[in-house]
Design a protein around this ligand. Sequence first.
Ligand SMILES: [Zn+2]
Ligand SMILES: [Zn+2]
Length: 420
Amino acid sequence: MVYAKTDLPFLRRDLHQHAEPGFCEIRTASILEEKLETLPVTILKGEEIQDRSAIVNYPSDAELNHWYDLAVTGGIEEPRARYFRDHGTAMIVVMKGNRPGPTWGLRADIDALRLEEPTDHSHLPARLGFNSRTGAMHACGHDAHMSIAVGLLESLATTGCDFAGTLKVVFQPAEEGVRGADTILRTGATDDVTTMLGLHVDGPSPIGEVTASTVGGMAVNGFLVEFQGKTSHASMAPEQGRNALLAAAAASLGIMALPRFGTADTRLNVGVLHAGDAVNIVPAHATMEAEARATDDDVLEDLVSRVEQVLDGTASAYGVSVKRSIMGHAVTVRPDADLVDAIAAVAAATQGVTEVKRTAPMGASDDASLFIRNTQKHGGQGAFIMVGANSPAPHHNNYFDVDEQAIAIGEGVLERLIRG
Ligand SMILES: [Zn+2]
Ligand SMILES: [Zn+2]
């Protein structure tokens, strides 16, 4: 059977124009499902593949309804949009090849950043009229990742699924803030994957450059911390209060004063601190958001336990209670050499590829690393491919833009690899 092939740059522009932030990707998931359900695939979604119970700061009902309304008024069928609003926006698309073989996993992230997209004509999407007006923007290229994944599934389908094994494409919400992968991993939905791939466009690199896998990167843990004390009159009975503001302030200094490590590169940041109600009340509540990063997973674990010691110690010193939750987590990427060689070989033979790098260091964090690590723990292998995208601005800058030639190149490399 011949399946209609999507115009991938057109799809990318549509997804770009209707960008949605993490866990709110209701229209995005709906569009993907509408497209992919005509293919010979099984689509998994909802609680079966996503456990949202442990998410910190999940969007409110009002926020989800805002994105749901936008999707429905924009033409998405109401039951479809309602499903993704009520059951989460993760989706796994499973395609069986025409003969036995490995289980491939491909992570495609679907969220955008909360950024206003420029409207001036020096920015190509604005010049061509597909700039986002939603208040969110695909400034990391996830619109291209989804298009590549759709193109891959369609190409395999039109040739009778002529490949060995099974392909599971994981459309993952909320990569930004490294929050979404964990919600899928908790269900075990990717535990059977034997080769796990991530693919990210590499904004600063030229079109034609492909790196078979990034190496390293920063393992990261984000924290949401809440200090709870006791209010009292600041003049008549300050001694009866328990000052959560002071505990949080002291904890911030304590965290930033933790030692650097001689064995790895580390980072610490207290990025948000809110406390207090009024000038004449001893503040009883404080909220902190902080993060720790390291180029080594064991060092990160050590650093996280030291942050926790500081939090517990300062809370105890000020007589307040402290509650902490993990808000975002990623590990380093350690690709498997055999797989890297295989990707480098197919990349060199892919149309449009002019330069192949075996590996390159990764400066940021991405929770594709959690999928890769999970597969490796189960005895499989993994890699995180980078595809040059010739962006005029860096990732997460609102002038970021993907040269759409990167879509065909990314799709080409993956298709060759999976076809074997
Ligand atoms: Zn990003
Ligand atoms: Zn990204």
